[in-house]
Design a protein around this ligand. Structure first.
Ligand code: GTP
Ligand code: MG
Length: 316
């Protein structure tokens, strides 16, 4: 009997070559399930495939996807096992339902000096702690797009946590990206490092700054969002496949459309909004104090926590 080709990636489907696959991914059709539930004519229209070919691809995708049913309590058991990284602040941990979650993307947005990077540093130290001490017992990949990674600050926080500062720094793999291509590649090629070095936290600080400076003007927006979408989906895939946490920081703009309340809006549009599992809005208060607002979470109510940025790191 001839062996059936197993269908795992888009390219394994009939009529989908590497170019079409890449195009589909960039448009959000990044797995077989999404192809299986797509309408053939719609797929044909956006990808440039013939309708017949699209229909074949959709049929094959349908056959290849089997649904697995799990009971609610099975899912609940798995969720309890999911790791969380403590933020250093009990208030903030409580707001988050325990800390920054693995298998998910957590976004912090806010104005300059609101503490986004500092929280990233604290998580970089804490992710390395064993699970029973609020960590994920792994190493950290830090994608620095703004040149603001500070090893001495990591050492200072590590010391305060009673860890060996040198050992903590040795477990941080820093990529200084100065173009969106470098930023994207750092994540595309992360699989091996993640596996070989047991990376449990990926920080992207910041997600949008290079995208914003490279893709200027309305005309470039479509291309920017396509690239961004595929970048974020790769981050999500790493989080899913390796049970790791992703922490991204984001910039803000004033949204003149909002007449009441705080007009501060994160940049990146719907793509970032949908991709981030949990969104935190950070803002400055008096002196060391920062207010962190949980704006979006799959399972926790909206709310606020007050934290402090101290010499020893994030505290209550
Ligand atoms: P942008 O990247 O500019 O958008 O800001 P951000 O939100 O990343 O701000 P960041 O996390 O860099 O926070 C900066 C603030 O943290 C500073 O204004 C200080 O109040 C505080 N901070 C930074 N470094 C230290 C430090 O070494 N010790 C203490 N105690 N506070 C620090
Ligand atoms: Mg910063």
């Amino acid at each position: 009997m001839p062996k059936e080709k197993t269908i795992k990636e888009l390219e394994d489907l009939p009529g989908i070559g590497p170019t079409t696959a890449e195009k589909l991914r960039s448009l959000g059709y990044d797995n077989i399930e999404k192809i299986a539930t797509a309408a053939p004519h719609e797929l044909a229209e956006i990808s440039g495939m013939k309708v017949d070919a699209a229909k074949q691809a959709v049929d094959a995708a349908k056959q290849a996807t089997t649904l697995e049913y799990k009971t609610g309590s099975e899912i609940s058991d798995k969720r309890k096992l999911l790791g969380k990284i403590t933020t250093g602040s009990k208030n903030l941990d409580e707001l988050l339902g325990g800390g920054v979650e693995a298998n998910a993307i957590t976004e912090a947005y806010g104005k300059f000096a609101s503490g986004k990077t500092q929280l990233g540093f604290q998580l970089t130290v804490n992710a390395q702690k064993p699970v029973e001490h609020g960590g994920l017992g792994g190493t950290v990949m830090f994608v620095d797009t703004e040149g603001t990674f500070r090893p001495d600050r990591i050492e200072q926080i590590a010391k305060a946590e009673g860890a060996d500062p040198k050992a903590v720094l040795d477990n941080v793999f820093v990529v200084r990206a100065t173009t969106t291509d470098q930023q994207i590649l750092s994540i595309e090629r992360a699989d091996k490092l993640v596996k070989d070095s047991n990376v449990k936290l990926i920080v992207v600080d910041s997600l949008m700054s290079l995208f914003r400076s490279e893709f200027l003007g309305r005309g470039a927006l479509g291309e920017r969002q396509q690239k961004l979408n595929s970048h974020i989906h790769k981050l999500q895939k790493l989080a899913d496949n390796h049970d790791l946490a992703v922490y991204i920081t984001n910039q803000v703009m004033d949204n003149p459309g909002i007449l009441f309340g705080d007009p501060t809006t994160p940049v990146g549009g719907n793509i970032v909004a949908h991709a981030a599992t949990t969104r935190l809005y950070m803002r400055k208060s008096k002196e060391e104090k920062r207010i962190v607002r949980l704006v979006d979470s799959p399972n926790m109510p909206e709310g606020e926590a007050v934290i402090k940025i101290t010499p020893d790191g994030i505290k209550d």
